[in-house]
Design a protein around this ligand. Structure first.
Ligand code: C2E
Ligand code: CA
Ligand code: CA
Length: 745
């Protein structure tokens, strides 16, 4: 009977099972209906289908199979049943692994044994009959006997025998005659053991992505107990980054390609766990998704070592900064960006001066400390978006990108030079180095990154050759200009002591009455060789080297004395405005109290002084600014918003700040006559400022027409050449004595 072709025996229908049960041998456990479900349904689902179970069918099939195995060399060795080749007298000629284990004989030398000797005597008559038939049978004979076993009382087996091709021997298949139930239990137990001991994590989720099963290894990978994990949603084991990766993987999923993917989980203790997962969906008979099963490998260690290798290839181990390799990568990237946009980038090549001496004197360990500290100081001078790298030794490079003017490069170079010149404290010892910096710009100075690096390097040598502790541009023009600026910066230091600063005063005229009760103090520097310099020529340097604070303090005290004099000689309510740049506003906070003391000392009411700030100040950390302006108010000082209209503040925005005056920028005033739009804008500013309780000052009024338009628009005050240029205090006084403060209006 060959029911291989009977579809009913292949399927799992109830009828087929019933038929198989009918045909089962009496007493055999084949009558058992396995039913559903197995304890590990998911794994059982994936396990190979049980072979056809009809006994005779199985036998023939198996024999054929075994024959194939036997033909293909020693493959029969691996057969899951006992397999022997017996001589006529039952001498064991050959035996496979399972057979040898069953009988307790050595495979190497089976010929010492007769198979018959293993048969329990009560079964010998059955065996002998069976063996005689089998020797002559090509279709196969079956018999059940009990075999003696080395360790226990015996094992019931089913023997399937048939003559071998030569007719000289009998092929025997020895199959444990345990029942279906026991077989199933054994297979289930085996699966359970595999799952339990597996070196891989196994994770099953249901259709809602809640955990329905994990094996101990899976729980161990994430540091949880199995109970902790059950019923929890998959994503509760991930952080936002992990979830994003999961979503990405789902979005990218290509059906039919269950290639392992990397996923990121968070272990119970919060550490990141990298895994490689192969997932397969669990489908019901209709193809609906019931969930998924994943095989999970912990790859955290590999991942970390890959990361470590990457880190070592791209970062300097001593300072943690990008190394030369990474630096070139970033430089390439930044030059491409500059190619696309209108801005440029600067490459700073920094080399420490005297580092070798420090290394020789204090040893390499301390030399290393200097390098680490130097890298920290340099990093403090740049934005986080800039790249600082260590080239090796005591050489560092910085890429400053997205620049629109050269001034910021120079400020940064100055800051680095100053920072690196400070002493290095090394556990009781002090070390001194300084820095030589070469600056090359892209695109003006170089075509490509190699040339750019080479030119910055060359500029660095120029700085070093000139004595170190300075920077040098690659471009000679820039270098000369920088030198001139540098000499201004150097001269500035001496200027206060040498009393080279002067203050000129420009009247601020009331547009209603023509009276002058106010003036703006404007700073001048009488330079010993360059003559009289305007603020634009030196204030930026005073800002970048911090001298602005000292200069501003001097201006404040001078102006306080001046306003005191004019309150006596001109008008008791006379007011003078002083300018304060944003840098100053940020840095001179500590001076206010001493100013207040100074005003008290002079017996001056604080509202004698107006502080002029620009819009830029308002945008730096609004809360801090509001607080500073509130302090001014509390002191009694008044505040004017200078250059109004050139920045981004709107009048409504000014409500938040304590301000007394708005100064309309000269650029609007200059076009008042020709540009109807600007006139409308000035009128709107004036109306709104008045609504907010602010007075308006128009700056840069140069013509009578401008003045008339402003009067019509209701502007409160004006200053400009049409009334008077800024002038020294004595001149201002003479002007006032000659019948002014009433200027033509
Ligand atoms: P600012 O505060 O806008 O000062 C007005 C500028 O316009 C002054 O230039 C003044 O001389 C000029 N000016 C006055 N009337 C007219 C006019 O009718 N037409 C034209 N075209 N210009 C006129 P100055 O004195 O060169 O000052 C330039 C800037 O320097 C000032 O602009 C102010 O921001 C700053 N500054 C001046 N003194 C100081 C100071 O003591 N400390 C600080 N931090 N900055 C100062
Ligand atoms: Ca001003
Ligand atoms: Ca102004």
């Amino acid at each position: 009977m060959d029911n291989d072709h009977d579809p009913a025996t292949q399927g799992g229908s109830a009828q087929a099972r019933a038929r198989r049960a009918d045909r089962a041998l009496p007493g055999s456990a084949f009558a058992y209906d396995p039913g559903e479900p197995a304890a590990l349904p998911v794994l059982a689902r994936g396990a190979p289908q049980a072979p056809p179970t009809d006994s005779s069918g199985v036998t023939i099939e198996r024999l054929r199979h075994e024959e194939d195995l036997a033909r293909s060399g020693d493959l029969y060795l691996l057969a899951p049943v006992g397999y022997c080749l017996l001589a006529f007298d039952t001498t064991v000629l050959k035996v496979n692994l399972v057979g040898a284990t069953m009988l307790g004989v050595a495979r190497a030398n089976p010929g010492l044994h007769h198979f018959r000797a293993f048969v329990v005597p009560a079964f010998l008559p059955d065996f002998d009959g069976f063996f005689a038939r089998a020797l002559n049978s090509h279709t196969g004979e079956t018999c059940r006997v009990r075999l003696r076993t080395p360790n226990d009382g015996g094992v019931d087996v089913t023997l399937h025998g048939s003559a071998d091709g030569s007719g000289q021997a009998c092929r025997l298949i020895v199959e444990r005659a345990e029942g279906r139930l026991a077989a199933l239990e054994r297979s289930e137990e085996r699966l359970r053991r595999i799952v339990h001991c597996a070196g891989e994590g196994i994770w099953e989720i249901d259709a809602a992505a809640h955990t329905t099963f994990v094996n101990p290894r899976m729980a161990h990978i994430l540091g949880y107990s199995i109970e902790d994990m059950l019923a929890r949603p998959l994503i509760s084991f991930m952080d936002d980054e992990g979830i994003a990766m999961l979503e990405h993987c789902i979005a990218e999923h290509t059906p039919g390609l269950p290639a392992p993917r990397e996923y990121r989980f968070i272990g119970k203790d919060g550490r990141v766990v990298w895994t490689s997962m192969s997932t397969s969906p669990i489908l019901d008979a209709d193809g609906a998704c019931l969930g998924a099963l994943a095989l999970v490998t912990d790859i955290t260690v590999q991942k970390q070592s890959t990361e470590l290798i990457w880190h070592q290839a791209n970062y300097d181990t001593l300072t943690g900064l990008p190394n030369r390799h990474m630096f070139m990568d970033r430089l390439r990237h930044e030059t491409r960006k500059a190619d696309r946009g209108a801005d440029f980038l600067a490459l700073l090549f920094i080399d420490l001066d005297h580092f070798k001496e420090v290394n020789d004197r204090l040893g390499h360990a301390r030399g290393d400390l200097v390098l680490v500290e130097a890298s920290r100081r340099i990093a403090n001078c740049v934005r986080s978006s800039d790249t600082l790298a260590r080239q090796g030794g005591d050489e560092f490079t910085v890429i400053l990108s997205g620049l629109d003017h050269i001034g910021s490069v120079e400020r940064i170079a100055h800051a680095m030079i100053a920072a690196l010149a400070l002493p290095f404290e090394l556990g009781g010892e002090k070390a001194f180095v300084s820095a030589s910096i070469g600056i090359a710009l892209y695109p003006p100075d170089a075509r490509d990154i190699d040339q750019l690096v080479e030119r910055a390097d060359r500029a660095m040598y120029a700085a070093k050759n000139a004595g170190g502790h300075q920077f040098s541009y690659f471009t000679p023009g820039l270098q000369h200009a920088a030198q001139a600026r540098q000499s201004i910066a150097d001269d500035l230091r001496a200027a206060i002591a040498l009393r080279q600063f002067e203050i000129v005063y420009q009247p601020i005229v009331s547009l209603q009455t023509g009276a002058v009760h106010k003036a703006e103090a404007l700073l001048r520097w009488r330079h010993p060789t360059r003559g009289l310099l305007g603020p634009a020529e030196f204030i930026p340097f005073a800002e970048s080297n911090g001298l602005i604070v000292e200069i501003g303090d001097w201006v404040f005290r001078e102006v306080a004395q001046q306003v005191q004099r004019w309150q006596h000689s001109l008008d008791p309510s006379f007011q003078i405005s002083v300018n304060k740049s944003p840098v100053q506003f940020r840095r001179d906070a500590d001076l206010y109290l001493s100013w207040l003391d100074y005003l008290n000392e002079l017996g001056l009411p604080a509202h004698s002084i107006v502080i002029e700030i620009t819009e830029g100040v308002l945008f730096e950390g609004a809360n801090q600014v509001i607080e500073r302006l509130r302090q001014f108010r509390a002191m009694g000082l008044q505040v004017a918003l200078d250059d109004f209209g050139t920045g981004y503040s709107s009048l409504s925005h000014l409500k938040r700040f304590d301000i007394d005056y708005v100064k309309i920028d000269q650029s609007f005033v200059a076009t008042l006559e020709n540009d109807v739009g600007d006139l409308a804008l000035c009128e709107a500013i004036i109306v709104m400022a008045h609504k907010l309780g602010l007075k308006v000052v128009a700056e840069g009024v140069e013509t009578k027409v401008q003045r008339a338009l402003l009067v019509d628009a209701g502007c409160d005050f004006a200053q400009g050449y049409v009334f008077a240029r800024p002038m020294p205090a004595e001149e201002f006084e003479t002007m006032a004595a000659a019948g002014i403060p009433r200027l033509p209006h």
